[in-house]
Write a protein that binds this ligand. Structure first.
Ligand code: PBG
Length: 331
């Protein structure tokens, strides 16, 4: 029998390529041969701020077209960058076990932050939660909009253009920049500290990968995908993404959502929504944050498909609670 050959496509950034290579390595362990196909996306060529380019899925769209055209067999995405609405003709066939879902402050440890410092982040979700956290600690810190890939953002802190930046732990770990399990550490010569999820909730799907294939993919490829799928991760991200979907919030909305999966696949979901901040100082953090939390215990003898349904219902239910409690526009 010949080994299946899988063309694995992703964006061309270092992180996207590393993630695709990780998936390719898993597929090779399962007996496949693989090749990497790099795809250039609008998000990579347009230097404007992401909130200005607008639209969701600017990173995913180009990679998805390659799938639909049949030039690649599997698209590897960061799940948090993948629009919640399914793409016609495509299916997320595998969600492997998630990495550390937390954000990391790079440049200063949390207790080294002082009024007058500047923190760089382009994410509205991070802005609203950091502003709130810093104001609570009596700090007046300017939050500066930045963007760029992981290396570019770390360099801003290294060169002192900002005192610290905020990055996803998962990206840093996948790139091998962050290692070890201490919450406070040194990374590439800079202070770094993982921010507890109770202080800054991650983006829905953060730290998880999504392997997307054509609905018409052959059974052999589908079997490989099934072997990569991790049910606890799928349940957690299903709850988080359904929350986002029901809120009608995109990946650029100031919304965080994080689900944990306990013994026997019991689920807990916590989510936060802020309001679009126009000012960028943490002293003006009068913007209300609304927090909601809910759980969905697993019944005995539940099938995996029913568990996914339960996760989706939890996300849906919590989003409805959020919409009732949260005052104004969140998108
Ligand atoms: N927004 C871009 C992006 N998309 C996925 C990751 C990293 C890892 C992940 O969440 O899977 C990052 C970088 C970051 O937010 O620092």
């Amino acid at each position: 029998m010949t080994r299946p050959h899988v063309r694995v496509g992703a964006r061309k950034s270092d992180l996207a390529r590393t993630q695709a290579e990780w998936i390719a390595a898993r597929l090779e362990e399962l007996g496949a041969t693989t090749e990497f196909v790099g795809v250039v996306t609008t998000g990579d060529t347009d230097r404007r701020h992401l909130t200005e380019i607008g639209g969701t899925g600017i990173f995913a769209t180009a990679v998805r077209s390659e799938l639909l055209e049949g030039t690649i067999d599997v698209a590897v995405h960061s799940l948090k960058d993948l629009p919640v609405d399914p793409a016609p003709g495509l299916v997320v066939a595998a969600i492997p076990a998630r990495e550390d879902p937390r954000d990391v402050l790079v440049g200063r440890h949390l207790d080294e932050l002082r009024s007058g410092m500047r923190i760089g982040t382009g994410s509205p979700r991070r802005v609203v939660q950091l502003a709130h956290l810093l104001a609570e600690r009596g700090l007046e810190i300017e939050i500066v909009p930045i963007r760029g890939n992981v290396g570019t953002r770390i360099d801003l802190a290294r060169r002192g253009e900002v005192d610290a930046v905020v990055l996803a732990s998962a990206g840093l770990r996948r790139l091998g920049i962050l290692t070890g399990h201490e919450d406070r550490t040194i990374l590439a010569g800079l202070a770094a500290e993982s921010i507890p999820v109770r202080d800054v909730l991650p983006a829905a799907g953060q730290a998880a990968l999504a392997c997307e294939v054509a609905q018409t993919a052959d059974p052999e490829l589908m079997a490989l995908m099934a072997a990569l799928d991790d049910l606890p991760t799928r349940l957690a991200v299903t709850a988080e993404r359904r929350f986002l979907g029901t809120m009608e919030a995109g990946c650029l909305a100031p919304v965080g959502a994080h689900a944990t999966v306990g013994e026997g696949l019991d689920l807990t979901l916590r989510a936060v929504a802020g309001q679009m901040i126009r000012s960028t100082s943490s002293s003006d953090a009068g913007t209300p944050l609304t927090l909601v939390e809910g759980d969905a215990p697993a019944p005995d003898g539940e099938s995996p498909a029913d568990a996914v349904g339960r996760a989706a219902d939890l996300g849906d239910r919590l989003a409805r609670t959020m919409v009732l409690r949260h005052p104004a526009e969140t998108a």
